[in-house]
Design a protein around this ligand. Structure first.
Ligand code: PBG
Ligand code: ZN
Length: 323
């Protein structure tokens, strides 16, 4: 009789490994972030986000159809504008870059789920996610503008609005505004456990939304606190969020797992720009195998308990997985 516990039996072939894997990575889980910019007529490559572009709103159908052809079920739209002011007027303008892109994406690929990032930082002259008074990023005055933005995005055809500002009470305010505007079928994916992270660097560059003074620590969660992430998720579910999010993903896998254990709602994890850029940069230098590293990262996010992974790898990963 053998006294060796042979764990390697379950690792001995690709077939048995696939049978016993519990984190089946599939494009069904992916949402692709897309940047749409006003003032351009052709897509422009983004050096800090290799493989990604600023899209003119009228051309978003191209990327929407590509995502659809790879079985990626959703897009997350970010508007980028040079037309900034203190009221974030382009955030809720009927013909703002995001609004035009949302209707373009819906008409090009009606079956895709279109998520719209709902925030003000790309549209305010100071680059903060809220309405500013002096040096203070105000809470309650911001809610009205966010609600107005969400309504305009849902009117343009967004299936889900995705508030990423981290003001208190925004989910409830947005839910009420949508319902009052007869947009009861539009859902909310809340950036609930959103941490004050260094991983947003490339995004702030390409979305031109870095704060012009101070930082975002008075509204985004301190990296040291899991509890605040969990209470923020719980609060957002109470206020009517359909989907909750943990962001970034990889440095916060414990938050994803804890949320999975506690809450029976869909959980999204955002594999953010810095996480993507680190893989791309190291792989360009030949220091890691970019494909293996990306797939391992995505697998870990699913294994931690996420249902949805928002990732800049979506297009390439879907292609790798279908080989
Ligand atoms: C803006 C917003 C940010 C991201 C999504 N929405 C940046 C920030 O909060 O500073 C980050 C996404 C990424 O890094 O990929 N509210
Ligand atoms: Zn913001």
């Amino acid at each position: 009789m053998s006294h060796i516990r042979r764990l390697r039996r379950l690792r001995s072939s690709d077939s048995i490994r696939r049978l016993v894997s519990r984190a089946n990575l599939s494009p069904d889980r992916f949402v692709l972030p897309v940047f749409v910019a006003d003032g351009i007529t052709e897509e422009e490559p983004l050096p800090s986000m290799p493989g990604h572009f600023h899209w003119p709103s009228e051309r978003v159908g191209v990327i929407a159809k590509e995502a659809e052809s790879l079985s990626i079920p959703g897009l997350l739209i970010f508007g980028v504008t040079g037309n900034k002011d203190d009221e974030a007027s382009q955030a809720f303008a009927k013909d703002g870059p995001a609004q035009r892109a949302i209707s373009e994406a819906k008409s090009a690929a009606p079956g895709l789920v279109v998520f719209a990032d709902t925030c003000l930082c790309g549209y305010t002259s100071h680059g903060h996610c809220g309405i500013v008074s002096g040096e203070e990023i105000t809470n309650d005055p911001t809610l009205e503008v966010l609600a107005r933005t969400a309504v305009s995005q849902a009117e343009a055809g967004a299936d889900f609005v995705a508030p990423s500002d981290m003001m208190d009470g925004r989910v409830g305010a947005i839910r009420r505004a949508l319902d009052e505007s007869n947009l009861g079928t539009a859902g909310i994916m809340a950036y609930s456990a959103k941490y004050a992270s260094a991983m947003y660097g490339p995004f702030r560059d390409v979305a031109d939304c870095a704060p012009r003074f101070g930082d975002r620590k008075s509204y985004q969660i301190d990296p040291g606190s899991r509890a605040q992430g969990i209470s923020s998720i719980e609060r957002d579910i109470d206020e009517g969020a359909d989907i909750v999010m943990v962001k970034p993903a990889l440095p916060y896998l414990d938050v994803i797992t804890e949320a999975r254990r506690r809450f029976d709602v869909p959980i999204a994890a955002y594999n953010v720009s810095g996480e993507y850029a680190m893989v791309k940069a190291a792989s360009e230098k030949g220091w890691v195998d970019g494909e293996k590293a990306a797939l391992e990262n995505l697998t870990s996010i699913i294994r931690a308990g996420a249902d949805i992974v928002i990732t800049y790898h979506a297009i390439e990963a879907a292609a790798w997985l279908s080989r």
